[in-house]
Design a protein around this ligand. Structure first.
Ligand SMILES: *Cc1c(COP(=O)(O)O)cnc(C)c1O
Length: 304
């Protein structure tokens, strides 16, 4: 069972010249391998499942080749000695996944893979059906770990220490995290989601999970999902040097750069207090650098 960690998660002020104050909450420090929002999204899903004492426990989930969620589920399986299966998008990986840092670490943590074509992956309903017939005792967790139960776990990212902020910001992939923040925010707080994926159904699914309309989605800009721009890599390297906080190139790097852009543009009223959640994802840096290196592009400075 996952336990609520007893170490305090720090909130750090980022000193800038903007006329607003920007802070970052280091949820990436919640667990060394099940990082940030993925920890909280798994929290009730796996605990409710394990409370039922399944005879043949097994976790099955979905993700892309660099997925933080896949890495987290594999690490969870290893920690609690539970077998895991990852259904991975892209059957071209079938024979060379060993070179992918996320998948090779997941495999070391005991995860087994099924590689499926993009079409079959789109058609998850059929896969879920097949797997639940084959493994009736298994817990099948959706892509990115987002469902109603996951949204409940996000409440632990908020507390007395987050009440004093006007804006709560997070990167948005499948929307579970922002839905949880929206659900638990104070009346006076505004929730901002930085979208790193083009998905027109997000507004609707977040509203349904949250039941509130206190959130706004903004676009991370031309650096779209899966795309890493040199400009963003430079920002991430600068940010680390300046503030000693590592960011990942898929979510938190884009979030912080977008917050900086919008602060500069005057989107936030003067003297606003803005809290950004560092949702983790640092395991993705290795894979991103491998890709950037192959293209002869600027890479992210890696940290010990
Ligand atoms: C998965 C992930 C997100 C997005 O969370 P959703 O709940 O899918 O919107 C944000 N940041 C990081 C680091 C992630 O791994």
């Amino acid at each position: 069972m996952l336990q609520i960690p007893d170490h305090k998660i720090p909130i750090i002020e980022i000193n800038t010249d903007f006329d607003v104050r920007i802070f970052i909450k280091r949820e990436d420090l919640i667990h060394p391998k099940i990082s940030g929002n993925k920890f909280w999204k798994l929290f009730f899903n796996v605990n409710h499942y394990l409370e039922k004492k399944p005879t043949n426990p097994l976790l099955i989930t979905f993700g892309g080749a660099f997925s933080n969620h896949i890495a987290s589920v594999a690490a969870f399986g290893k920690q609690f000695d539970i077998p895991t299966i990852g259904i991975i998008r892209g059957n071209e990986l079938e024979n060379n996944w060993q070179k992918n840092p996320t998948l090779s670490e997941a495999s070391e943590n005991g995860m087994h893979f099924l590689f499926v074509s993009r079409e079959d992956y789109q058609n998850k309903g059929k896969l879920i059906q097949e797997f639940s017939e084959k493994y009736p005792d298994a817990l099948i967790i959706p892509e990115g770990g987002s469902n109603e139960t996951a949204v409940e776990g996000i409440r632990y990212m908020l507390g007395n220490d987050t009440k004093d902020f006007d804006y709560l910001c997070t990167a948005v992939g499948t929307g579970g995290t922002i839905a949880g923040i929206s659900k638990c925010a104070e009346q006076y707080q505004k929730v901002i989601g930085i979208k790193v994926v083009k998905d027109d159904s997000l507004q609707k699914s977040i509203s349904e999970w949250s039941g509130r309309n206190n959130f706004e989605l903004i676009d991370a800009g031309e650096s779209r999902y899966g795309k890493i721009s040199d400009e963003n890599v430079r920002f991430i390297n600068w940010f680390h040097q300046e503030f000693q906080i590592p960011l990942d190139p898929i979510y938190t790097g884009k979030m912080m750069q977008t917050i900086f852009d919008w602060a500069e543009k005057g989107f936030f009223p003067k003297d606003s207090k803005i809290l950004a959640f560092h949702t983790g994802g640092l395991q993705g840096i290795k894979g991103a650098n491998q890709f950037l290196k192959n293209k002869g592009r600027i890479q992210i400075n890696e940290y010990p």
